[in-house]
Design a protein around this ligand. Structure first.
Ligand code: GLY
Length: 245
């Protein structure tokens, strides 16, 4: 049994490992670990209190892959639900699709009984958004940011050196040797509305294949999208390369 995860999941490793020790599937261990990070209000890169987009809206992305079958589920740019990883898993288990975005993902989450939430950003997180935007943006522009005809000019705020662009990544192998992998994120802080990174794109930010291994990406999602990085890494393992190579 094995769990490999990003450091922001360290506090939940014991609980995730307990799932595996109890004979649970890798998919459950991945979901348990990622849900805990999504619920951590101090992590501004994942789930509740993730830094929002330019408009101050929290848009969440997540994906999960079952290495036994390469079945996968994902949601992107989903608002108003705290646990995108669980909605992604439901997509995999319930629909003949892999990826739902925006309003469709939210509708599906409601249909599956997930609780819609309007309180996913606390006052401190909203204040961080306002402070960062108004450092560069005139107050009168900020006050009417949703109406700006050239919002695209302000996306430079999403590519500054202080941007948050992390993720939670968890790969688990259970007692049967089955592998699963999951990734969840609120994406780049202050991103353009509707921007989707690599995390919910199977093959870019997340991939698992029982036969060869798994990979999850963090950091600048545009790079992993362009290079199909997670799949490429697993193909490398299939070819006999080691992880460094
Ligand atoms: N890798 C996370 C993101 O770019 O959204």
């Amino acid at each position: 049994m094995l769990i490999v995860a990003s450091s922001n999941a360290d506090v939940v490793m014991k609980a995730a490992m307990a799932v595996l020790r109890d004979g649970g599937p890798a998919l459950d261990a991945v979901a348990v670990a990622i849900r805990a990070v999504e619920a951590n209000p101090h992590d501004h890169t994942v789930g509740a209190n993730g830094y929002p987009n330019l408009l101050g809206e929290l848009e969440l992305d997540a994906s999960i892959v079952d290495g036994r079958t390469r079945e996968a589920g994902a949601v992107a740019a989903m608002k108003g639900f705290a646990h995108p990883i669980s909605v992604a898993r439901k997509v995999m288990e319930t629909l003949p699709h892999v990826l739902l975005v925006g309003a469709g993902a939210e509708r599906f989450a409601r249909e599956m009984g997930f609780e819609a939430r309007e309180d996913l950003l606390d006052d401190d997180t909203r204040a961080a958004w306002e402070t960062r935007l108004t450092r560069d943006m005139p107050r009168e522009v900020f006050e009417r940011v949703a109406e700006q005809p050239d919002l695209w000019r302000w996306v430079k705020l999403a590519s500054d050196a202080e941007r948050a662009l992390s993720t939670v990544n968890v790969i688990a192998r259970d007692a049967r040797g089955d592998i699963a992998s999951g990734v969840s994120t609120s994406g780049w802080a202050w991103k353009y509305p509707g921007r989707v990174g690599d995390s919910p794109i199977v093959g870019a930010g997340n991939y698992a294949d029982n036969r060869h291994g798994a990979a999850g990406c963090t950091g600048m999602g545009e790079m992993a999208l362009r290079a199909a990085t997670a799949h490429r890494v697993v193909i490398g393992l299939e070819m006999g390369l080691n992880v460094e190579q």
